[in-house]
Design a protein around this ligand. Structure first.
Ligand SMILES: NC(=O)c1ccc[n+]([C@@H]2O[C@H](COP(=O)([O-])OP(=O)(O)OC[C@H]3O[C@@H](n4cnc5c(N)ncnc54)[C@H](OP(=O)(O)O)[C@@H]3O)[C@@H](O)[C@H]2O)c1
Length: 290
């Protein structure tokens, strides 16, 4: 039976990798929900991927994307209205008879006080739980790809990267492993109602990350521990909205306290191989850092 799987945020870090991994499977129709079809052009090179334009805040734009869809991989961007966006997408999924939602959430989303981002993810998880649609929640740790997305300019320009995380260890995960789990959950039975905490195989501090970056690139790359005030000032100078800077600093504070170091075996249990180490991630992306 050919099932249709819609991936939202399909040009994003995780969505793009999920589309790529789904596109090589037989018996699956992959629909990539992109914010702009011009940016989505790259996905057309993948076999059998249908591209649809989605504007999460505009319900009318969602009708064609959600029609005749069996399962949805739900990703929302890091924006202030992400809860509202997610609820709009879930309402549309319910309206169109989607049978299963796999939501990209975040490690620690269940924590009562937790962080702003965690509370937002939990609010959306609860909305899905109450929707009557079968669901699976993926709660990954920090992405290794953040080094490419956020730190690369400093690494290439200055041979340094700056964060307010101190010696705190972080169980960074490679997005390829998050996507592999998503593909398993979207294409096999037995995952309804499950919550999967996904991490890399080890927790490392940013000092250790810098040592690995140096070893693999052959260039001196160092981590500079900065205060939360310095980090906030830098983010504001780079036009980061204040709510976003504060949300990032909550995450940095957890890291500094060692509260982002939890590791799980869930990736290996679900996909049958160990998740990528940070060393392997840097080796595979070395061109980005030199
Ligand atoms: N980064 C981490 O370490 C980490 C760890 C755990 C969990 N998470 C969670 O992962 C999620 C983010 O995933 P990601 O990193 O793959 O996201 P991402 O790379 O930021 O991609 C988000 C996508 O959403 C699209 N988008 C933005 N506004 C939109 C709108 N109004 N309508 C439709 N599409 C829109 C963007 O397209 P344009 O670029 O074209 O606007 C982009 O392709 C968040 O929920 C975050 O909390 C992240």
């Amino acid at each position: 039976m050919h099932e249709t799987i819609l991936v939202t945020g399909a040009m994003g870090t995780v969505g793009r990798e999920v589309v790529k991994q789904l596109s090589i499977l037989d018996d699956i129709r992959v629909r990539a929900g992109v914010h702009s079809t011009i940016k989505g052009e790259n996905l057309k090179r993948l076999p059998d991927v249908e591209i649809v334009e989605i504007h999460n805040t505009n319900q009318t734009s969602l009708h064609p994307a959600f029609t005749h869809v069996d399962r949805v991989f739900l990703v929302t961007p890091f924006t202030k209205d992400q809860v509202e966006m997610a609820k709009t997408l879930i309402d549309e999924a319910k309206d169109k008879g989607v049978r299963h939602i796999v939501k990209l959430s975040a490690l620690g989303a269940e924590a009562e006080s937790g962080t702003l981002l965690g509370r937002w993810h939990r609010e959306v998880e609860q909305y899905i739980e109450q929707s009557g649609i079968a669901y699976t929640f993926l709660r990954p740790s920090s992405f290794m790809q953040n080094f490419e997305n956020y730190n690369v300019a400093f690494i290439k320009g200055e041979g340094k990267f700056y964060e307010a995380t101190g010696e705190g260890k972080i169980s960074y995960i490679d997005v390829r492993d998050v996507a592999a789990v998503a593909v398993e959950v979207l294409t096999n039975l037995g995952h309804d109602g499950k919550i999967y905490e996904l991490t890399g195989p080890e927790a490392i501090s940013n000092y250790e990350a810098a040592a690995i970056l140096s070893e693999v690139t052959g260039k001196e790359i160092s981590f500079v521990d900065i205060s939360e005030e310095q980090a906030k000032q830098a983010m504001l100078e780079h036009q980061t909205p204040e709510w976003m800077a504060d949300a990032m600093l909550e995450l940095h504070s957890l890291c500094r306290k060692g509260q982002a170091s939890k590791t799980t075996n869930t990736v290996e249990e679900l996909v049958g191989h160990k998740p990528h180490t940070f060393y392997q991630f840097v080796k595979d992306h070395v061109q980005s850092f030199i």
